[in-house]
Each structure stands twice: as C-alpha cells, then as structure tokens.
Design a protein around this ligand. Structure first.
Ligand SMILES: Cc1cc2nc3c(=O)[nH]c(=O)nc-3n(C[C@H](O)[C@H](O)[C@H](O)COP(=O)(O)OP(=O)(O)OC[C@H]3O[C@@H](n4cnc5c(N)ncnc54)[C@H](O)[C@@H]3O)c2cc1C
Length: 234
C-alpha cells in the first residue's frame, strides 16, 4: 500500500472515529505510538506517516457505509449464522462456576488450555482499578484467569493488549473477545504486510455472544448522577 499525506490514518479518522461508529475494540491501538486508548476512548496522538495502514486494515468498522445498527438490521433474518454444534455447559469446578458470569465455561476453557500448554498466556478483560473502567489484561495463571472472569458490559479496548503482547514477542496467546473483536482478529489475519505471522501467535480465540456494549464513561456518569457508589458486583 502507498502512503500519501497520512492517508491510511486519515481514512480511519474520517470513516470511523469522526463518524462516531468506533466500537472501541482496541485493534488500532498498541501497534504504533500514534494511537492510544485513554479512559475508554481511542485517541490520535500524532500524524502517522507509516505506509502499512495496519490500523485501517484491522478496524472492523472501516468498511461500514452506515452505522453498526443499520448494518445489523440489513442482515434481516435474525439468525446466528452457520454453526457446527450448540452445547449448554457450565464449569465442573464450583469456584469457577460461581465466579464466572454464566457458568464459567470461558474461564474453564482458558484454564484447561493453559494447563495443557496449548496457550502460554491469554488476553482477557479486567474491571479496572475502580471496578468500572474495564481494560485488556495479559494473564498466565489459572488464578489470574479466574480473577478476570465475569462480564463487564462495556467496550474495553482489549485488543490493544493483544497488539502489545505480539509486539513484545509473546507466543501461544489465547484471546477472549466480543464479536467486533473476533471480526478484527479475522481482519488482522488477512492484513498486509505481516498479518499471518502476527496471528500465528494466537492459538485460541473465544468469541462471546454480545448484542451491545455500554460506553463506560456514560455508565460512570449515570451512576454518579444517582449517587451510586462503592464496588460494582455485576
Ligand atoms: C459486553 C458484553 C455483552 C454481552 N451480551 C450478551 C447478551 O446480550 N446475551 C448473552 O447471552 N450473553 C451476552 N454476553 C456474554 C455473557 O455475559 C458471558 O460472557 C458468556 O455467557 C460467557 O459466560 P462464562 O460464565 O462462560 O464466562 P466467564 O468464565 O465468566 O468469562 C468471561 C470472559 O469474558 C471476558 N470479558 C468480560 N468482559 C469483557 C468485555 N467487555 N470485553 C471482552 N471480554 C470480556 C472476561 O475477561 C472473561 O475471560 C455479553 C458479554 C459481554 C462482555
């Protein structure tokens, strides 16, 4: 790809950020010094002269003509698409089952993959220091995986942590993410110039069912306006 006048980064700004359709998946962050994730928002720190346009290639919203909702509606029939099998499950470990959101299956899969050495680490999402500002976290041990179990119903820029882990040479990574983040992973794998090599480091992808995610800044403001304080359990 050829760069003229910061074209790749500018296209991402115009097509996604300025239109307010960024899903805050974090896929464009952590690749280079020009983007950052600050308090729940993707921020542009500087103009980027790179000619790879990876940020644009990774973005799951860059190709959308309308808004995400309009695009969803245009899929029409409301089915979940192709699948191999559907299972109902919950963790056989009581602690994992209790701490997990709906039975702890996701955490169990990660713990099992770590114990069997399928993965050496996993990118998951924690609750943030105030319990209301979720962010990606690279974890390695069963207890770290379990500490991040449960759902934070907000966008968390989690894939920024994956990008940084790959940049730092991490191998055999597991990733838990929302559908938009799984879509970004698919785009990463097809991206130039190094998508396949980067994605080879990801050994396990677990996509969560999700139809929406809150903007946690607005949630914080909503709670503050009602003088709701203290730790948020769920
Ligand atoms: C924003 C959001 C919206 C959802 N919407 C629905 C819905 O409408 N209907 C439905 O049936 N299920 C929904 N889910 C999925 C559901 O809440 C559970 O995550 C899922 O059923 C797995 O449960 P579990 O007990 O196996 O997971 P657990 O073992 O509790 O593991 C949950 C995993 O999700 C990760 N995680 C938590 N928050 C986030 C986040 N914000 N972004 C990325 N990863 C995260 C954790 O780090 C952990 O690894 C949603 C989840 C999220 C995060």
């Amino acid at each position: 790809m050829k760069n003229t006048d910061y074209e790749g980064q500018q296209a991402l700004i115009e097509r996604v950020l300025d239109r307010g359709i960024c899903v805050k998946c974090g896929a464009c962050v952590g690749l280079c010094p020009h983007f950052s994730y600050w308090d729940g928002e993707v921020v542009v720190l500087d103009r980027c002269p790179a000619d790879t346009w990876r940020c644009l290639q990774y973005c799951p919203r860059a190709g959308y003509d309308g808004t995400a909702l309009e695009d969803n509606a245009s899929q029409g029939n409301g089915t979940i698409g192709p699948f191999r099998a559907i299972w109902a499950a919950r963790s056989a470990d009581n602690d994992v089952c209790e701490q997990g959101q709906y039975g702890g299956v996701v955490s169990s899969l990660l713990i099992s993959a770590a114990k069997k050495d399928v993965i050496g680490s996993a990118v998951v999402t924690d609750s943030g220091s105030d319990g209301l500002s979720p962010a990606g976290r690279l974890v390695r041990t069963p207890s770290e995986i379990l500490a991040c179990s449960g759902s934070r119903y907000a966008s968390a820029g989690t894939l920024a942590t994956l990008n940084r882990a790959i940049n730092e040479g991490e191998e055999r990574i597991g990733v838990v993410g929302l559908p938009c983040q799984m879509e970004a992973l698919g785009r990463m794998a097809r991206s130039e110039p190094d998508g396949p090599e980067r994605m080879e480091r990801v050994r396990l992808k677990i996509g969560l069912f999700c139809t929406w995610a809150l903007d946690y800044r607005s949630l914080r403001a909503f709670l503050a306006a009602r003088q709701l304080q203290g730790p948020v359990k769920k």
